[in-house]
Design a protein around this ligand. Structure first.
Ligand code: SF4
Ligand code: SF4
Length: 422
């Protein structure tokens, strides 16, 4: 056992030791937070290549410490089970409250047998279902087997909650998600939703600019090669390592919980680890703040008009008309960047959505602009007439329409509006 006058790693209850056994993952989800930029069009890639410590090295290093975290030791990644010695590491770590996070693609039977044979257990395990990579049936079968094996005291099975973020999902994802929750309900199987954290302090997470700030991020993160970092950004970038778990006697002390230190990398902080819950930032004026909740609109800036249209329609389908209108405005902005005005169809879609969002006059203005540009879609025409009725502007609308079409056509539109709305 190694003894220290002052142990370099914080061990108070709030601290969590997180062991990234591998930076690799067998999935590459678009909503993965381990990305350089949280653009919906980007998928995850391993953040670095590592000479991964072997299972024997991990176990020797951790079991050789005289001081252990009072809280948990979490095995994670990437996907931790991609480490070639994953099962041995789970079995051989001693004296830790063991946890893991995984996408549940490992050999469940092998882990159960390994742990049962050694009389070992996990304190908890956090398994997330990722649609598009596995069927709900397969995941739930594995999950039930693991839960019923008794090798995990508190198993948690979850899905990331993308209800407010259609930017990161598609039809297939929605269908799989629905099946997952339906099946889980039928089997009386407990699941939960996880907060999506793809956002940095109210802005897009794009690692665009850095600045100096006070920080209290005192996670204890072990990179796949054993290097030790106080936050996930530093781990991913390989900067500011405090030492290595295999040479803990040379490790510099990590910050203690609540201890302020200066960091010039604020802006690049990983959204998951930017002090969520456990710490805070302090700006140059002494103001203390934490991460805030996600604003779905920050993702629109990266999307192509075609993807934006599909996001707008998905927001409409779920009755979220304000967000749909924001997506249509983004479409119009992108189309204008390509030169000239946006397409009449986009103005019409924006107008109808604004109307559905209760912004009648703005909606009418957008529809009239679409008509000016030559749009003659029946939906927009009916919406214009109906808004005219609801705002006592019907005579004005009739005048406008008469410059584009015959009287009989206007009557037909008014009849269609009556049939639909009266
Ligand atoms: S499974 Fe998890 S770590 Fe892997 S790409 Fe998906 S979200 Fe990221
Ligand atoms: S400011 Fe951000 S990058 Fe710097 S230590 Fe804190 S969490 Fe990490």
């Amino acid at each position: 056992m190694k003894e220290f006058p002052k142990f370099p790693l914080p061990t108070a209850e709030i601290h969590v030791w997180v062991v990234y056994l591998s930076a690799r993952c067998n999935f590459n989800c678009s909503y993965c937070i381990q990305k350089q930029i949280m653009s919906p069009d980007e998928t995850r890639r391993p953040w670095a290549r590592y000479q991964e410590l072997s299972g024997k090295e991990w176990v020797a290093a951790f079991n050789g410490l005289s001081t252990r975290p009072e809280h948990s030791l979490i095995l994670t990644g990437g996907e931790p089970s991609l480490h070639p010695d994953f099962y041995d590491i789970c079995r051989d770590l001693e004296g830790y409250q063991l946890e893991m996070t995984s996408n549940l693609t490992f050999d469940v039977d092998r882990l159960i047998q390994t742990m049962q044979k050694a009389g070992k257990r996990f304190h908890s395990a956090f398994h997330t279902y990722h649609p598009k990579w596995m069927s709900p049936e397969d995941f739930l079968e594995r999950a039930e087997k693991l839960r019923d094996s008794g090798i995990i005291d508190q198993p948690i099975f979850s899905m990331v909650d993308l209800d407010r973020f259609p930017h990161f999902r598609d039809k297939e994802w929605d269908e799989q998600q629905k099946r997952f929750f339906d099946l889980a309900r039928k089997r009386d199987f407990a699941t939960q939703r996880n907060e999506f954290r793809g956002h940095h302090m109210g802005s897009a997470f794009d690692r665009n600019a850095k600045k100096e700030i006070g920080c209290t991020s005192s996670w204890v993160n072990f990179a796949p090669n054993g290097d030790i970092f106080n936050c996930q950004y530093h781990l991913e970038s390989g900067q500011h390592a405090f030492g290595n778990i295999t040479a803990i006697e040379d490790c510099k002390p990590l910050p203690q919980m609540g201890e302020w230190f200066s960091c010039s990398d604020f802006g690049y902080c990983d959204p998951c680890h930017e002090n969520s819950g456990h710490g805070a930032f302090r700006d140059a004026d002494g103001r203390i703040f934490r991460r805030d909740s996600d604003d779905a609109r920050v993702y629109l800036q990266w999307m192509k008009p075609e993807s934006l249209r599909s996001v707008a329609r998905r927001f409409e389908d779920q009755g979220d008309y304000d967000e749909a209108a924001a997506a249509w405005l983004a479409v119009i902005g992108k189309e204008k960047q390509e030169g000239g005005d946006a397409s009449p169809e986009s103005w019409a879609d924006l107008g109808i959505t604004l109307w559905e969002a209760g912004q009648k006059k703005k909606g009418l203005a957008a529809i009239l602009h679409a008509l000016e540009l030559g749009h003659r879609g029946m939906d927009a025409l009916v919406a214009a007439v109906q808004i005219g009725r609801e705002t006592d502007l019907l005579d004005d609308i009739r005048d406008q329409l008469s410059s584009y079409m015959e009287r009989e056509k206007i009557v037909e539109i008014e009849q269609a509006a009556m049939a639909a709305f009266v």
